[in-house]
Structures are given as C-alpha cells and as structure tokens.
Design a protein around this ligand. Structure first.
Ligand SMILES: [Fe+2]
Length: 328
C-alpha cells in the first residue's frame, strides 16, 4: 500500500507519539480543557467502538445497500491536495457501485470522495462519551465519510475547526506537525504546491535536517484521533481491504479562533480551504462577536492572495477569488 506520504518525510522516523487516552476513562472536561483548549492532539482508544458501523459495515452487501444510488466521485488514487494529482481518473458513479468496485479490489488504490453519507448510513453512527456538546463548524458538515482501499491523505492542515478523525473500519498511521514553526513557507511549497515529496524524498533537503516537532499516531478500528486546527497532518493506510474513516468536525472555542485569526492576520501562516457562502457568513459573524473582524479580513485577503482560500456557492463554483473585503 502507498506510504509515500509518511515514508518520505525524514522527521517521521523520530516522530513523537501523541498522548494515548482511553475513551472509557476520559471526561468531557478533561478532553476540552487539556486538549481542545490548547490545540494538543491526542489519540482516544475505543472512542467509536460502540458505533454500530464498526461491525455492521464490514458486511459487504449491507454496506452496498445502505449507500444506495446517490452519485459519488470515485478516485483511483489517494486523497491528494494538488489538482494535478487529484483530478486524473476521477469518475462519478452510484455509491453502491463505487463500494462494489472497492470491494472487488480491481484498483490497487481507490477511494470515494469524502461525502456526508446517506440516510441509510446515519443510524449506524453514534456520538462520543467524552464529547457531547459542540457548535457547528465553519468548514465542513459535522459528519463525513471517507471509504477507501489503500488510500490515505497527503499532508494538509485546516485553518479553522476541530476534528475527530474516527476510524470506523481498518487502520491508519497519521503524521502531525504544528503549522506554527519556522519552516512554514518551505513546508507549504513542499506539501501544498507540488506535493513533490510524494515521489522525491529529496524535497525535504530544503529543511537542512532541522528538527521540528513531528508527531505520530496509530489508529485501529474504533479509535479516534483529535486533530486541532493549524496542525499539518498526513495519513497512510495500514490495513488491507476496504476501510472507512469518519471525520467529525465542530467549531473551535472562541480563544482558539481568535488566536488563529491573529496569527493568520500577522502573516505567520495562511488561511486555507473552501468556504461556502453560509459557512463564511457564520465565520464572519463569529469573528465580529469576538472583535476579530479586522483580523479575519487581513487573514482572508492574504489567504486569497496566496491562492489557498476560496469562497464557493452551493454548487461548488468559485464566487470570489479576489482579495476584497467583505467577499460577499
Ligand atoms: Fe484533514
């Protein structure tokens, strides 16, 4: 299975494992105060082991049946960040057919583009014992599904929002690194512009062997990895057969939003991602509430200038890609 995403990153050889916690002994207070409030990643064993999906979705016909006839994009490759690597070979097909194609194993690598799932899938998902209250995020819906065979995700980060990466079926290894480090621009070029490290490990020569705080986590089925905003993460699959990952996303606490906006406004790192109009309005409203509209405006303009952030309409078309404020 492909491992270029982590194998070619020299820092992964000495990466420090993130703290490992047990869901059954983790309180909501401890999760929020010790990890979310400080944007510290952690691995939570057994976080989603009670979800019916963790056992029901291993059954081939059942999974096909609940996915149904909705159209989804099928990728014959990993989840890349650059257009030149993500676009080739993508075809739209019925969800159930895409599942069947992954199950058959015709493609050595394959994935169904991350999507909010179908009504047949939702009853098999449940909540968390250690996290019961969170506001809607700005960037993604609360639950999405990434179904794959040998397909991980290349390095990227989320400018806003908190994520619990829930491993429903199969296992993965994740590399992590805070965006807030002296090599941000170099890493953006390596990770986001060309993804040249994917084929060429020498891409990291530009770091001149400098030690950075690389971290790692090993997820088994039933575990969840807490990924804070503004942390680079790259993911490889460590299990055979079909796998399912469910990213669960919610809004960061106000002080985390404010801190991120201040640093993005100062140019420490770029705002990134696609925001639809409704999400952007929510973000603007939240920034106003905490007195950060000026910072959001600066962060937005810089992110657009760096071609890292875009505003899209409900059909996914770009509606604003000039650094004007407000963009809507
Ligand atoms: Fe991610």
């Amino acid at each position: 299975m492909p491992d270029a995403t982590l194998k070619n990153v020299p820092g992964m050889a000495t990466a420090k494992p993130v703290p490992v916690l047990e869901a059954r002994s983790l309180s909501e207070r401890a999760f929020k105060d010790e990890y979310v409030a400080h944007s510290r990643p952690c691995l939570i064993k057994g976080a989603v082991a009670h979800w019916p999906a963790t056992h029901k979705w291993r059954e081939r016909d059942y999974l096909k049946r609940i996915c149904g006839a909705e159209q989804v994009p099928f990728w014959p490759h990993e989840n890349h960040v650059t257009k030149k690597r993500i676009a080739p070979g993508v075809t739209n097909m019925r969800y159930a057919d895409a599942i069947a194609r992954l199950q058959e194993g015709r493609d050595e690598i394959g994935a169904i583009g991350c999507n909010p799932g179908t009504a047949g899938m939702w009853p098999d998902i449940a909540g968390f014992s250690f996290f019961t209250e969170g506001e809607l995020g700005f960037s993604y819906p609360p639950f999405r599904f990434f179904i794959f065979r040998n397909a991980g995700s290349t390095w990227h980060y989320h400018a806003v929002d908190e994520t619990l990466m829930c491993q429903v079926v199969g296992s993965k290894r994740v590399g992590l690194l805070p965006v807030d480090n002296p090599h941000y621009r170099t890493l953006c070029r390596i990770f986001l512009e060309e993804e040249d490290y994917y084929d060429d490990p020498h891409a990291f020569d530009a770091l001149a062997g400098e030690a950075l705080p690389w971290h790692s986590a090993e997820l088994e089925a039933g575990d969840a990895l807490y990924i804070p905003p503004l942390w680079w993460h790259g993911v490889v699959v460590t299990s055979d057969g079909i796998g399912v990952t469910t990213p669960v996303v919610w809004r960061s606490p106000p002080h985390v939003i404010a801190d991120g906006l201040k640093k993005m406004a100062a140019g420490d790192f770029d705002m990134c991602g696609l925001f639809n109009i409704d999400q952007f309005r929510q973000l603007l409203e939240a920034a106003r509430k905490i007195g950060m509209e000026r910072e959001l405006a600066m962060a937005w303009k810089q992110g657009v200038a760096a071609q890292q952030v875009s505003l899209i309409d409900h059909s996914g078309r770009r509606v604003a890609d000039k650094p004007t404020w407000p963009p809507i």
